[in-house]
Design a binder for this molecule. Sequence first.
Ligand code: AQP
Length: 381
Amino acid sequence: MRIFSGIQPTGRKHLGNYIGAIAQYVSSQERGEGIFCVVDLHAITLPFDPAELRERSYDTIAILLAAGLDPARSTLFRQSDVPAHTELTWLLSSLTELGRLQRMHQFRDKSLAQRELVSAALLLYPVLQAADVLAYRAHEVPVGEDQREHLELMRDVARRFNSRYGDGEDVLVVPEHRISQVGARIMDLQDPTSKMSTSVGSEQGTVYVLDEPKAIEKKLKSAVTDSGSDVRRDPQKPGVSNLIEILAAVRGVGPEAIESELADARYGELKGAVAAAVVDYLAPVRERYDALRRDERALEAILAAGAERAEIRFGKRHIGRFGIVEQGPDFLLKSWCLRHGSPDGNKRHEESQRGPKAFPHGCPREFAARQPNSPLAPSIN
Ligand code: AQP
């Protein structure tokens, strides 16, 4: 089974990102072939500073490694290093309803919060996300609850592509989302009716993965609760429900187990237990992070190798004016046929694979370098 997910290199990663997404990525390595991507192109849908984005991309990849993603087992790369994502976005945008994009919650919330330019890229964010996943024909996408709507759109786009261009074949895999039963929507500690968030939350209401233990304790111990005293989940008690959910998620148990364990406890004890558990949960990540983050050359090497592997194992290398010059997933071939409006696109592709003869102006060096027996070919496992 192939598993894909992407994470933005925006700001500092918080406990919601960690529980809802990163911890799931790490455990998914036991179930299948993981492909994880630092989605820097998603991050530019809002105003950004290029130098800052580069730094945050390193921060994010270092957190993923510190959390336990293993580049030898999973493919880890930076989205902008693999051009197939943006190429496929354009193709898929031709199959995506404009009205539906405009109604997406994330687009509405983020465009309302924008004071200056609301970019077309912000609108197309879910199409790029669809391209990310569909390019690799991933079967499963681990995400937090806030991404459910985008996943539904992606599934519909894949189905539409298959019914229009698949010739009876499921060229694109219609992926399943994997949203945890526990911890899929961690709430802000100061406003437990809103999700813990990079862009909207308060500093005090957001636990960051790299926070010092003292800061974690302080934030959790000052979490907003309610005037009652029962430690149980209830829509009327969003603060207490959130703390129960966090404790359950970090201990890897159901929230009912926490409710019965703390049935006689007061809110202060609940907060203390959550604080201690979260400090222990994040400590190993913080300890490993610094050394990983310091070595930017090593991070670059991991990202470069991941991009290479993503392109060769799962994607295509290049759609140039000669057509697809390296074998890629069938759907890209079909996309190419679609572009050329000709069912014999396949034939032309095969011809282009036979070598330099297919290139009227000679064989480009880039193509030569990528031939399996070329001395210029990169060595890929
Ligand atoms: N509060 C959350 N609880 C559980 N899961 C969450 N995720 C985000 N917030 C929560 C999941 O984290 C993954 C990465 O999200 P992202 O790439 O969107 O990163 P981000 O922009 O830094 O995260 P935010 O906080 O979601 O940013 P805002 O609120 O500014 O848009 C995703 O799988 C997401 O579901």
